[in-house]
Every structure is written in structure tokens, then in C-alpha cells.
Design a protein around this ligand. Structure first.
Ligand code: ADP
Length: 362
């Protein structure tokens, strides 16, 4: 059987033209990805996507013409969007509006174990110390640690059978999947379950009214993070990192993820910045120090502060009495309060530009 050539195909197609803006375009100039494999011919015709329906007959015609050529055993023609025009942007999913929750601040990290939950808890408590009405939502559904850190346990009540009443301690309302299943139960989640669990914790918990909801995000940049970032109008994200370069590489991932879904980054916190010996008070930079600050500065992000690595911080959390409430006069509590102030300034700057009417003095 004679072999069909590219030239023969293009010549045969010269008879038909693609209607374009203003003038017709030769099909030969609109073909992409022409492939001939042992008599099987396939290619795409680029068209204006708004014309897709009208172009169906042209597609069929091209297919018939090519199929009729000697040496062609099959012809497969597809329509593809016009090269010059980017495909229409998919509409962003509508974000749930939860006005009762006030500002929603996500505390995130590129990976686990960097102190994200510790930061979220102490940040929430430091915000509450500013007389704000604060909620703390544990979205770390794979490893909820808020029940332990806040010293809370037991199933929350639901008097009406619809909404859940969050636990409250140290003046902060708190909800965690850990209250429902216990901290040690391994949790296996499938995509849609993650989404509905997180949305339920936002919508079906009697949070409000709050000034701010601090969300302890799951570590990493997977499905759960995307659900939160895409479905809820987050005011912004605080990214927690340790100073080592491996952790910083994950910061980049987290920053990029939030940027992709248009969530503002409120800033970066460096945790376990330096080590303080609990016996002698000697300070040591066991991990390189200052990496997160440099990373933040390089990316034009606010640097919110650095928290040393001090066993006292871990012990306080393990006892369910985070350092901000157990040692409010100490230097760590002061650091967390300074971070809370920096976060709140960033939040207000964003809310101010969106919501507050400006006061005009006459
Ligand atoms: P993540 O939420 O990122 O997994 P956690 O907040 O659970 O991290 O912290 C991991 C462990 O490190 C916990 O045992 C916690 O008490 C401890 N930790 C966190 N930050 C500090 C710190 N600044 N100093 C000492 N220990 C800390």
C-alpha cells in the first residue's frame, strides 16, 4: 500500500479554510501535531474556542478528506483552542463567606515538626491577651495536637444536634478533630472527607462572633491545604519554619501554594531559631540562625519574629499550659506577643483597605 506524505495531506486540505477573525485561514496554517503512523493520520486544527460548535462540521470534513487519500487507514482530527488566545481562565470557586469568624489566619508550614502547632497555639493565646475574641481551629486532621497543647479533651456538646459548641480554655474557643476521635487514633482520610471535615469545622461550630480565627493547618502543601485556601476567604497565612535550608525549601513551596490561590502571606516566623540551655542560659545556634528572615526578605515578605528552641516551650505545651499563659512574664511569652502584634498589624492593614470606611475630618 502506498504511503501517504505530509505534503499530500496538506495539499488535500488546501480546499477547506478555517473562518478566522476578519479573514479565512488556510487549514494548512492551522494544523498542529500532524502525525502519520503506518497510514494512521492524526492532527488538531486550532480554532477560536468560542467557535467550537460551528467548527465541528469543518473537523469532520477534514477527517473525511484525509481518510479518502490513498494509503490512509484512519484519520483522527481534533479541534484545539486558538494559539494566540489563551484559553478562558476557569472561574475561581466561590469562597465561603464566614463573617462570624472575623479574620481567618492560617498558620502553615511546608513540612511537619517545625513547631507550627506550638506557634498557632501561642499566637492564639497572645492575640487573646490583646482582648480580642479568638478561636483556634485545629485543621491538622492527620495529627491533631491542639487537645494536648490546650489541655482539653472530651466530646464537645451539640445541644441542637446541628451546631457544635467549641471547647474554651484560657479565653480561646477551640475545636479539633482530636476531640471526636482521640489523639492516638490513626486517621485515614480520603480527599472528599478532608474537605467536608474542614468545612464542617468552620461552618457547623458555634464559633462566633470572633475577631480572629487562628487555623492550625495540616503540614505540607497537599489537598487539605488547598481546600482551605480555595474554599475559605482566608485573611492570610503565617508560615512557620526552622532555620535549616531543608525547611526553607519547604517554605518556598508553601509560599508558592498560597500565592497561586491568592491568599496573602502575612509573614514568616522562624521557630527553634537558637538553642537556650535550660541550665546555664547559654545560647547556641545549633541550626543555622536567621535563614527564615533572609528567605522572607528575599521574597518581600514581612518577617514576624524568631522563637528560640527552649525545652520550657515544649514542656509547657505538653502539660496543656502553653508558655504564653503559664509564664506570661517570661521572654518567650513576650516574643509571642510581639509576633501576635505583627500579625494583627498585617491583618488590620488588609481589613482596613477592604472594609473600613475612611474618616474624613472637615
Ligand atoms: P508541627 O505542628 O510543625 O508538627 P509542633 O508544634 O507539634 O510542630 O512541634 C513539634 C515538637 O517540637 C513538639 O514536641 C513541640 O513541643 C516542640 N517545639 C516546638 N517549638 C519549640 C520550641 N520553640 N522550643 C522547644 N520545643 C519546641
Amino acid at each position: 500500500m502506498a504511503r501517504v506524505s505530509e505534503a499530500q495531506i496538506l495539499e488535500a486540505l488546501a480546499a477547506i479554510r478555517v473562518p478566522g477573525a476578519g479573514k479565512d485561514i488556510a487549514v494548512a496554517d492551522s494544523i498542529e501535531g500532524l502525525a502519520i503512523r503506518e497510514g494512521n493520520v492524526s492532527f488538531a486544527i486550532t480554532i477560536d474556542p468560542s467557535q467550537a460548535k460551528a467548527m465541528e462540521s469543518l473537523r469532520k470534513q477534514a477527517e473525511d478528506i484525509v481518510f479518502a487519500l490513498p494509503g490512509v487507514s484512519s484519520a483522527s482530527v481534533a479541534l484545539t483552542a486558538h494559539r494566540d488566545e489563551p484559553p478562558p481562565k476557569a472561574p475561581a470557586p466561590a469562597k465561603a463567606s464566614l463573617p462570624n469568624l472575623g479574620a481567618i489566619v492560617a498558620v502553615a508550614s511546608g513540612k511537619g515538626g517545625v513547631g507550627k502547632s506550638t506557634t498557632a497555639t501561642n499566637l492564639a493565646l497572645a492575640l487573646a491577651a490583646r482582648r480580642l475574641s479568638v478561636g483556634l481551629m485545629d485543621a491538622d486532621i492527620y495529627g491533631p495536637s491542639q487537645p494536648r497543647m490546650m489541655g482539653l479533651s472530651g466530646r464537645p456538646s451539640s445541644p441542637d444536634g446541628k451546631t457544635i459548641v467549641p471547647h474554651e480554655r484560657y479565653g480561646v474557643r477551640c475545636m479539633s478533630i482530636g476531640f471526636l476521635v482521640g489523639e492516638d487514633t490513626p486517621m485515614i482520610w480520603r480527599g472528599p472527607m478532608v474537605q467536608s471535615a474542614l468545612m464542617q469545622m468552620m461552618r457547623d461550630v458555634a464559633w462566633g462572633p470572633l475577631d480572629v480565627l487562628v487555623v492550625d493547618m495540616p503540614p505540607g502543601t497537599g489537598d487539605a491545604q488547598l481546600t482551605m485556601a480555595q474554599q475559605v476567604a482566608l485573611t492570610g497565612a503565617v508560615i512557620v519554619s526552622t532555620p535549616q535550608s531543608v525547611a526553607l525549601a519547604d517554605v518556598k513551596k508553601a509560599v508558592n501554594m498560597f500565592r497561586k490561590v491568592d491568599v496573602p502571606i502575612l509573614g514568616v516566623v522562624e521557630n527553634m531559631s537558637l538553642y537556650i540551655c535550660p541550665r546555664c542560659g547559654h545560647e547556641d545556634h545549633i541550626f543555622a540562625h536567621g535563614g527564615a528572615r533572609k528567605e522572607a526578605e528575599a521574597r518581600g515578605l514581612p518577617f514576624l519574629g524568631e522563637i528560640p528552641c527552649d525545652p520550657a516551650i515544649r514542656e509547657a505545651s505538653d502539660e496543656g499550659q502553653p508558655i504564653v499563659v503559664s509564664a506570661p512574664e517570661g521572654r518567650h511569652a513576650e516574643t509571642y506577643r510581639a509576633i501576635a502584634e505583627a500579625v494583627w498589624n498585617e491583618v488590620e492593614a488588609r481589613q482596613g483597605s477592604r472594609q473600613r470606611p475612611s474618616i474624613v475630618m472637615e
